[in-house]
Design a protein around this ligand. Sequence first.
Ligand code: MOS
Length: 720
Amino acid sequence: MSITPFPDIARVDALDKVQGRTIYAADVPLAGLLHAMTVPATINKGTLTSIDVEAALAVPGVVRVLTHNDTPPPPSGPQGSPPLPPMLVPAIAYRGQPIALVVAETLEAAIEGAEAVRATYATEPFAVRIEDADTPREDTESPTFGDADAAFANAATTIEAVYTTTANHHNPMELLSTTAVWSGGRLTIYEGTQTSSGLRNTVAQLVQVDRASVDVISPQVGGGFGQRGEVPRHTAVVAQAARLIGRPVKLVMPRHQIFHNSRFRPHVQHTIRLAADADGIMVAARYDCLQQNSRRGRYRADWYHAGPSKIYGIANYRGTSGDLRLDTHGPAHMRAPYEHPSSFAFESAVDELAYALGRDPVELRLSNDTKIDPSTGNRLTSRFLNACLTRGAERFGWSERRFEPGSMTGPDGMLIGWGVGAGVYQAAMHPAIATLRVGADGSTRYASAGHEMGQGMRTAIAQVLLAGLRIDPTRLTILIGDTTAAPQHSTAGSWGTASSVPVAAAAAERMTAALNRLLDGRDVPGNMHEQLARVRRPYLEVEVSMAAPGQGAEHVERMRSGGNAIAGLHGAYSDFTALSYIAHFVEVRIEPHTRRIRVPRVVSVADCGRVVSPRTARSQVQGGVVWALGAALRETSEVDPRYGGWLNADIAEYHVSVNADIGEIDVSFIDEPDFDANAAGVKGVGEIAMVGAAAALANAVFHATGRRLRTLPVRVDHLL
Ligand code: MOS
């Protein structure tokens, strides 16, 4: 594997994307395609007592209306396995849950048919806000080490505060969609997903066919962010509709329904205490997090501790966590799922401690470095957090900062605030299986696990293939997200590049060796295609499989049979911890009368190991920062306590960052490979990009105004 930095090449799919030639799931042209529309429940909790589909069936063009009578109940899996998502069921667990699927010759007829379905319900009381929870908190065991109570008792300085992060929804540009086709006894599903293998397994079980007869094809996803890591309940319903009708069926879910039917980032309350000794060394942390969950939700409350328990050398840590169960759809992963909210709280608390100590917030962080993972005692692999902080401070001009809040004002009277926040995120991996075929005809075909969600997976894979092979780059096809091409694994948790790039590099090496054996010392001119043609060999093909650190052949086999096999969850391997790091520096300018907040510039420095695709890695960090600014200033999903469901269920009222919200974002990388993690030295960048940035913004607001805002989003009216 190359130890030199990779060149800054364009995205391999850039031209297709800007020319509109990229085919997403809902764009696949199919003969005889029918259109579907879901009918959402209009109550929040209860039972469907009747459903009248006559008027819908009378709409010209409507072909069929599926209700719970048309979908089998989920089979119970093996003991201990997570429950399958139900298809259409009479039990209503959240407002907007689909109760029927109308299938028609046109989209317009499907919509008109869906609006004509009439249902009656027996309603039940419900709770959708944590302040209304009607069952007690359920505690989850959480990381605890050292003796935090004793350390607090002996500490020179302590702070304590409560922070709140509200519910948020992902809004990828590509809407949720499913297209299902049955042909010759096989089911093919086109859907933008992060888990084509998981989707295949789930749908096969729900529609009760062998997984070997299901193919999932997801070569391009228009944004994942964790929303596509779940198998939505409508997917199998669409497959069932296509089976019952005998024609291909496509559903594109409107965005206002997606808010109700996709998972979301839950509302969390974070209570943090920090203690420092007389030298300003952090000696103890106490962190309690309380999140909303659904009645049977499995989203883990204890995972908020992943970052705070590892980021600094805090020897005494007491973590607690709990759920309040509510009548909503289940919360689940959304970019930096635990790390974004926990870092907002924890890095705000570190800033509060810095001010309590009278110390510069960068310098306080630098003096709390660690060589070991304090939560396990294991050694940390490459850790350049202090380098990120130091370089970021330099690029930002932090030395010009005045410590006192409210002490910096622009010539136009704007209140200026400079804030810092840091973050860690797991460097996780999964096994990988790849096939590589180089043809005498000039083509190269590479197939492996992975999903292209716009993050640049194909570009990263192309980088190592083009570095290792003498091939025609214009005829390189990279097949990922396709269960017909290679065994798939879910792509999430920032493990994509670290899992997919080392195996691509190994395949290139094996191909080179195979060709050298074939040529057997003969001096054959030309690139690999030309060499194969000259020795009259139509193609050469190699297969490579690879396990992650600490894994063996059984993990490769688990993945081959459609399962997930993740190593390094929360960065923890058997004898080391591998993490990515970042430091963000944010400038806010606040209008003194209206308190309007603008962010003219951000400096972010990331240590994500070796950067394989500089162009798309930089985009990842810029995107993460943009999202963090959105989460810090704009985004919140408002629940309706009267009727349930989400009130601002569209992007007109759920405000994401727009161009006017975004100034200059200066991104740089440490770019030091971590060879403990993998042969490519990659740690992962997708989620670390966002971690700590919201705190940097809130800390900047404090620095500008002296007002410590502990609830996201920070709003103008909180500053008045
Ligand atoms: Mo991510 S939220 O693990 O897709």
